[in-house]
Structure formats: C-alpha cells, structure tokens
Design a protein around this ligand. Sequence first.
Ligand SMILES: [Zn+2]
Length: 164
Amino acid sequence: MILRYYADADVREWHDHTLRLLGTLHDVHGIAVEIDRIDEQHGPLTEFPGEVRSLTPAEVYERDLKRNQNLNQTIDQTPSEAFKRYGKLDVAGNIAVVDDEGTVQWASTLPGYADGYRPGAASRTAMDFLEDIATSPSNRLCVDCLSLLDGDENFCPNCGCELP
Ligand SMILES: [Zn+2]
C-alpha cells in the first residue's frame, strides 16, 4: 500500500505539515508515500522521499475517485458528493490510501484539521488522519501493512500483527 497526497493544500501551513508528516511516516514506519501534484501553489518540492507527479484534478478524479466502489464503502458520502461539489472538482489537500493494485481504498474528504468543521469531522480530515498514524499507535491504519482498521481490533486482520 501507499499513501498518496493530492497536493497542494490551499493553506501553506497544512501543505508544509503534510510534507513533514509524510516524511516521518516514510522514515520511521517505512510507509511508501507519493504526491500527485494537481494544484501547485507553494513552490518546488525538494527532498520528498517518494515519487512526485504532475497531474490535473480531472485526471486523478477519473483514475482514483469517480465511481470507486471500494472508496464508496469507506467514506460517508459518495465520491462525487465528496470531491465534486457543485460540479467543481475539489480534491487538492486530501490524502488517499492506495492498495497494491492501485485502487484507492480510503481518502480524506476534507483538507486540514477538524477544527472549524462540524463535530465528527476528524474521521474525514487529511491532517487528523496523518497525525493519528504519525504520532501515536494508530487505530485507523495498520502501520505495518497499511490496512484500514475499524478501531476495535486486537490484531490486524490483514497481516496479523498485534495492535496497541
Ligand atoms: Zn497489518
């Protein structure tokens, strides 16, 4: 699995912090990371430990999100509701969990932090997701194999490792 960042987040601080968190996840947990740069706003990317591609929002929407049944099951809205608001693509700033077949299994649907959104948004925001897996033993994602978790397992259902 791989963590994919649809860059750049509008807010410079979110963008910079996302890059730092992805670097930590790569260096500390050995998680593969990559960037699809669909809205370049904040200058060149240097020293990123994964592949960086330049794409359009429409390209990543068509490839990763649109009519993605796996994603449909792990997020509250349909992909089109989440990423094509009022007919306009709104993807930049989000994070996706991509399996070995290249299918997006989960994606944040809000950039930034839960602060400022309605209660419960932390399960949907990019920054809260990354901080959760970078700063503490995560109950959302197995850091060994990047399988998504329900949060109440004692062992990862995919790789069998013990969960904290
Ligand atoms: Zn696992």
